[in-house]
Ligand binder design. Structure first.
Ligand SMILES: Cc1cc2nc3c(=O)[nH]c(=O)nc-3n(C[C@H](O)[C@H](O)[C@H](O)COP(=O)(O)OP(=O)(O)OC[C@H]3O[C@@H](n4cnc5c(N)ncnc54)[C@H](O)[C@@H]3O)c2cc1C
Length: 455
C-alpha cells in the first residue's frame, strides 16, 4: 500500500510511554502523529495503576481505622463501596474521558489520530484507509492485554479483567481471583477489606512467584488476615457460569469453587500479529518486541513499554520512552540498564523489590550472601505496632561486595525501596553502606541491621 500522508515520527499506542514520546518529540519541533485506538493515556490512568492505587488507599485507611478501633475496643464501620467507586470514576478515570490527555498532546504540537494502527512495512503505519510514511521512524507502544488462560469453559463466561474490577459500581458478595501475582493480590486485598469473600487461586506453590519466597509468604499471611482464602499450587481445570454464579473446578475431586465474580489476573500479553510486525521482519509469535539499548527494534523502528517485555510497569515504559526520545533526536545517552529494576506490590504492607532475587543471583553463578530482618525487630516497627508486618531482605554479590537485589516489605515498603534501588543501581559497596548514618526511628533503619547480618 502506498503512503498517502507523511510525518517525521508515527507513535502507535499512547499509553504512558507512547504519550511521552509523542508529546516530547512534538515539543522538540518534529511532525508527530500519535495513533490511539482507545484512550490517550493508556491502561495506567484509567484501568490500572491509578484507580487500583486509589482503591488500595481506601482499603488501607479502612484497615488502619480498624486497627485503631480494635485498640480502643470500638467497632469500625465499613463505608459503602459505591462511594469509593464513584470517586475513582470522578477523579481518576474522569468517567473514561481522555480529553485532558488528548488536548495535552495537541497543545504540544502532536497530531492525534483515533483508530487502530498497524505496521504496513518499514516506516509505514496504516490506520483504516490512511497510511503514513514516517521519515524518521515509527515507535511501537501498544502495551499488553490480559492473558486469559486456556481453562476449558472460561472463554464462555462473563469473567472480569482489571477493567471490570475498576469499573465495578457494586461490591460483589464473593469473588475468585485467578492469579496470585501483583495485580491479583492487590485487588484481592481491596475487595476483601470492603467485605467481599475472596479466594485467590494460584498455580505456583506461592503468591508473587517472581519475587522472594518470603514476599509470597508475607502476602499470603496478610491476605489471610484480611479473610482471603489463599489456594496455592491450585490449577483451574474447568470454569462455568450458570447465569448467577461462577464455578471454578480445581480437579483432584475437590468441590468446585463458587463465586459471584471471577477476576482473571493471570498475566498480560502483547498482540504482535494484529500490529503487523511481520511486515518489518519481526516474529509475530514472539511474546515481545526485542529492542537494543537505545530501544531500537529495527531500522527506523523503536519500541517502548510493556510490549518490550522488560517489565510491565509504567516506570519502565517512561524510562524507555526517555531513551527512545533521545535516540530519535540524535542525542547521546546511556543504554537502557535493567539491573536495578524496581517494582512494588501495593498491598498493605507494600512489598518493594529491586534487582535480582536470591534464586536469580545463584542461578547466575554468583557467590551470594543474604540476610532477612523482620521490621518488627526495629524500634519503628515496635512503635508502629499492629500492621508492622514486613522485612528487609538483601542479596549481596559477595565477590564484588555490592548488593545485586533487595526486598523491602512493610508499611511504606515501596518508599523504603528507594535507598536500596540506589545501592543496587550505583553498585555502592556494602562496606560504604555499613558506615553511613540511618535516621532513627525509621523503617529504613532495618537496612542497617540487615547489612550487618549478611551471611
Ligand atoms: C490492575 C493493574 C495495576 C497496575 N498497577 C501498576 C502500578 O502500580 N505501577 C506500575 O508501574 N504499573 C502498574 N501496572 C502496569 C501498567 O499499567 C503498565 O505497565 C503500563 O500501563 C504500560 O504502559 P505502556 O506505555 O506499555 O502502554 P499501555 O498503558 O498498555 O497503553 C497502550 C495503549 O496503546 C493502545 N493501542 C494498543 N494497540 C493499538 C493499536 N494497534 N493502535 C493504536 N493504539 C493501540 C491502547 O489502546 C493503549 O491506550 C498495572 C497494571 C494493571 C493491569
Amino acid at each position: 500500500m502506498s503512503a498517502n500522508e507523511q510525518a517525521d515520527v508515527v507513535v502507535v499506542g499512547l499509553g504512558p510511554g507512547g504519550e511521552y514520546v509523542a508529546g516530547t518529540l512534538a515539543e522538540a519541533g518534529l511532525d508527530v502523529v500519535g495513533v490511539e485506538a482507545e484512550l490517550v493515556g493508556g491502561e495506567c490512568p484509567y484501568w490500572a495503576c491509578v484507580p487500583s492505587k486509589m482503591m488500595t488507599r481506601a482499603g488501607n485507611v479502612l484497615a488502619e481505622a480498624g486497627r485503631v478501633s480494635a485498640l480502643a475496643g470500638d467497632a469500625v464501620v465499613t463505608p459503602d463501596w459505591g462511594r469509593v467507586a464513584a470517586r475513582i470514576r470522578d477523579e481518576a478515570t474522569d468517567d473514561w474521558d481522555d480529553r485532558v490527555a488528548a488536548d495535552r498532546l495537541v497543545a504540544k504540537g502532536g497530531r492525534l489520530v483515533r483508530g487502530r494502527g498497524r505496521l504496513s512495512g518499514p516506516r509505514r503505519v496504516t490506520v483504516g484507509d490512511r497510511t503514513w510514511e514516517a521519515r524518521r521512524g515509527v515507535v511501537l507502544a501498544t502495551g499488553t492485554r490480559p492473558r486469559i488462560p486456556p481453562v476449558p469453559g472460561l472463554g464462555a463466561t462473563p469473567y472480569w479483567t482489571n477493567r471490570d474490577a475498576m469499573a465495578a459500581k457494586e461490591l460483589p458478595g464473593s469473588m475468585v481471583v485467578l492469579g496470585g501475582g501483583a495485580i491479583g493480590v492487590e485487588l484481592a486485598q481491596v475487595f476483601a477489606r470492603f467485605g467481599c469473600a475472596v479466594t485467590v487461586v494460584e498455580g505456583q506453590d506461592r503468591l508473587l512467584s517472581q519475587e522472594e519466597p518470603e514476599a509470597g509468604a508475607l502476602a499470603a499471611e496478610v491476605l489471610r488476615a484480611d479473610g482471603v482464602t489463599v489456594l496455592t499450587g491450585a490449577r483451574a481445570q474447568q470454569a462455568g457460569h450458570d447465569g448467577t454464579a461462577f464455578t471454578l473446578g480445581l480437579g483432584d475431586g475437590a468441590e468446585p469453587l463458587r463465586a459471584e465474580r471471577l477476576l482473571v489476573a493471570a498475566g498480560r500479553h502483547a498482540d504482535l500479529t494484529a500490529l503487523g510486525v511481520d511486515t518489518v521482519g519481526l516474529d509475530p509469535a514472539a511474546g515481545a518486541v526485542p529492542t537494543d539499548g537505545q530501544m531500537r527494534a529495527g531500522e527506523g523502528l523503536w519500541a517502548v513499554g510493556d510490549i518490550t517485555g522488560r517489565g510491565a510497569f509504567t516506570h519502565v515504559s517512561m524510562y524507555q520512552a526517555q531513551i527512545a526520545v533521545r535516540d530519535i533526536l540524535g542525542e547521546a545517552g546511556p543504554d537502557a540498564d535493567y539491573r536495578a529494576l524496581p517494582r512494588v506490590t501495593f498491598t498493605d504492607p507494600e512489598i518493594g523489590a529491586v534487582g535480582l532475587t536470591e534464586r536469580q543471583a545463584r542461578a547466575r553463578g554468583l557467590r551470594v550472601r543474604t540476610s532477612v530482618l523482620p521490621l518488627a525487630s526495629s524500634t519503628r516497627g515496635w512503635i508502629h505496632g499492629p500492621g508492622n508486618e514486613g522485612f528487609i531482605k538483601l542479596v549481596e554479590d559477595a565477590d564484588r561486595g555490592v548488593l545485586v537485589g533487595a526486598t523491602s516489605a512493610g508499611p511504606a515498603g515501596g518508599e523504603v525501596l528507594y535507598g536500596l534501588n540506589v545501592a543496587v543501581h550505583a553498585a555502592v559497596p556494602v562496606d560504604r553502606l555499613r558506615h553511613m548514618i540511618y535516621t532513627y526511628p525509621t523503617f529504613h533503619r532495618t537496612v542497617e541491621a540487615a547489612l550487618g547480618a549478611l551471611r
